[in-house]
Design a protein around this ligand. Sequence first.
Ligand SMILES: CC(C)(COP(=O)(O)OP(=O)(O)OC[C@H]1O[C@@H](n2cnc3c(N)ncnc32)[C@H](O)[C@@H]1OP(=O)(O)O)[C@@H](O)C(=O)NCCC(=O)NCCS
Length: 151
Amino acid sequence: MHWWDIPAVHVIETAIFATDPWSIEQFWSELAQPTRHYFVAEIDGAIVGYAGSFVLSPEADVQTVGVAADQRGRGIGAVLLTTLIEQAIQAQAAQLILEVRSDNAAAIAMYQRFGFERISSRPNYYAPGIDAMIMRLRPLAINSTDGGGQQ
Ligand SMILES: CC(C)(COP(=O)(O)OP(=O)(O)OC[C@H]1O[C@@H](n2cnc3c(N)ncnc32)[C@H](O)[C@@H]1OP(=O)(O)O)[C@@H](O)C(=O)NCCC(=O)NCCS
């Protein structure tokens, strides 16, 4: 992701996370930090998804993954997640951690497909009955069973 990608990324961000989207300034701030690694997925030159991580070896966190609603189910999320895992491996991180809403079935299924395991939760973190699930991939490897990294 380059700075000039931010407006297009922000359109997707506000559509996905309508109640609490990151601001344009937050994306600028993320891109400015050397520990952050952001990527976009493009189809025919148009941005359809994005993902970012915080890597300070041996720790690494998934900061965000988002795919435009009309482009889901085509393997784009898997490609983005594969890219984050590969980047963390390259940076010699030992593990990758993320936080996900307990009611986000699609994201949880994607992370589980890659071998992420639930390690803890913060009860009622997002809303009554909606926990924050903390998931971890360790050791780091591309575990996707159908070659998500090759799509
Ligand atoms: C989660 C998200 C990034 C997945 O992107 P995607 O491009 O649709 O995902 P893919 O097509 O690459 O699917 C990868 C895997 O995710 C899982 N998955 C994706 N959509 C799913 C759904 N609707 N139901 C169940 N599992 C789903 C599957 O395991 C799938 O693997 P499979 O195709 O072999 O079954 C997308 O739904 C999204 O942007 N959601 C809103 C933002 C969000 O929740 N981000 C994560 C915050 S932690």
